[in-house]
Design a protein around this ligand. Structure first.
Ligand SMILES: Cc1ncc(COP(=O)(O)O)c(C=O)c1O
Length: 389
């Protein structure tokens, strides 16, 4: 048999369905409500900070684990908002987006054969992240309509082989924001079983209906065992810039930093300077961001419900998970294909967020980080959709 083949590791997962949907949307000239990136301009002052950094010739490798100015800004911002002291010298690692941060974290703190708990539905990268790091994922369901977990099921997922648990709050794809009570349950289990918590908090500023985001690291005894991952992508509407970071105990940072060094050497140097600027914008910026998105959330919710989708109302992030039973299709993939090819609107089939596609047969996710004109066009096209069931 030929050895000129992809590796066994690479053969264990598929290409990202979300990214594939964006390519399909382009091919069919569909309105793209699939991949979560804004189609409106980034804030002008943040763009100006990036351009100024290039003009000032910040064009060579930054320090591998992040420019000192950015690490300092990350530590100051976290302390200002959450009252947790973070040492920028030893506890902050800047990577290429939260995607690489998560990969570097998994490779840097998890060993092959360790179990990693993942809530399902999950952001699709976590599966390949586990495979590439040799970890065995253990899934714990979040059940609609509120996407809560069963405390006994969660407790049963922990054992002596558990090395880490991944928590994404506010959550993609469900819009769930984990409550303090839920986080306390998770924290107690992490402490009981000596487990590392890896939290993906990249939607922390996109919150609705008075919901608050609680970083797991701020719970008693958790800063010592939590890797808090964040990124510029969603908060500052610059998903293409690829600047993210991890805040972690120094011991874990040594592992994350080494892996990061050999994966990418460093994140884009001038854009790190722009991130340092952006993190100083403060609370008005974050308030405006959430206010901007709540209007879009309510608009897309109303539009989808009028069309026949059943919607799970998100409390955070910029996605709406829907139930598509009313349209009478056999499964989510078939319906998604019909929607993109015949109606001209792209979403993401629910099965890309589940290990077992049967659990997602009637689910589809849309995003609403889009301009009014984009949502207007989606509305016009969705009006052609017929309820069949
Ligand atoms: C939960 C979650 N984590 C990570 C990412 C990737 O973020 P980044 O652009 O920082 O790599 C996304 C992007 O959609 C996401 O939804």
């Amino acid at each position: 048999m030929s050895k000129v083949t992809p590796s066994l590791k690479a053969a264990q997962f598929t290409e990202s369905v979300i990214r594939e949907m964006t390519r399909l949307a382009r091919r069919h000239n569909a309105v793209n409500l699939s991949q979560g990136f804004p189609d409106f301009p980034a804030p002008p002052d943040i763009k100006a900070a990036a351009a100024a950094a290039i003009d000032h010739d910040i064009n060579q490798y930054a320090i591998t684990w992040g420019s000192p100015r950015l690490r300092e800004a990350i530590a100051v911002d976290f302390h200002r908002r959450h009252k947790l002291t973070v040492d920028p010298e030893t506890q902050v690692t800047v990577c290429c987006g939260s995607t690489e941060t998560m990969m570097a974290t998994m490779l840097g703190v998890v060993d092959p054969g360790d179990e990693v708990i993942v809530f399902e539905p999950f952001y699709e990268n976590y599966g390949p992240d586990a495979i590439l790091s040799g970890a065995i994922p253990r899934f714990v369901p979040l059940r609609e309509p509120d996407w809560t977990f069963d405390p006994d099921e969660l407790a049963a997922a922990f054992n002596n082989h558990t090395r880490a648990i991944i928590i994404n709050t506010p959550n993609n794809p469900t819009g769930k924001v984990f409550s303090r009570e839920e986080l306390e349950r998770i924290a107690a289990l992490c402490q009981k079983w000596d487990v590392i918590a890896i939290t993906d908090e990249i939607y922390e500023h996109i919150l609705y209906d008075g919901t608050t985001h609680i970083p797991l690291a701020t719970l008693d005894g958790m800063a010592e065992r939590t890797v808090t991952i964040n990124s510029m992508s969603k908060t500052f509407s610059v998903t293409g810039w690829r600047v993210g970071w991890a805040i972690s105990p120094a011991t874990l940072a040594t592992g994350i930093r080494k892996v990061h060094d050999f994966l990418t050497v460093g994140a884009p140097a001038p854009l790190q300077e722009a991130a340092a600027f952006a993190l100083k914008l403060g609370d008005d910026y974050y308030r405006d961001l959430a206010a901007h998105y709540v209007v879009r959330r309510d608009r897309l919710l109303a539009m989808l419900e009028r069309t026949g989708f059943r919607c799970y109302r998100p409390s955070g992030a910029y996605y709406i998970m829907t139930d598509i039973s009313a349209f009478g299709f056999d499964n989510d993939v078939e319906f998604t294909r019909y929607l993109v090819q015949e109606i001209g609107v792209a979403g993401v089939p629910g099965s890309s967020f589940y290990r077992d596609p049967a659990r997602a047969r009637t689910k589809l996710r849309f995003c609403f980080c889009k301009r009014d004109e984009t949502l207007d066009e989606a509305e016009r096209r969705l009006a052609k959709l017929q309820v069949r069931a």
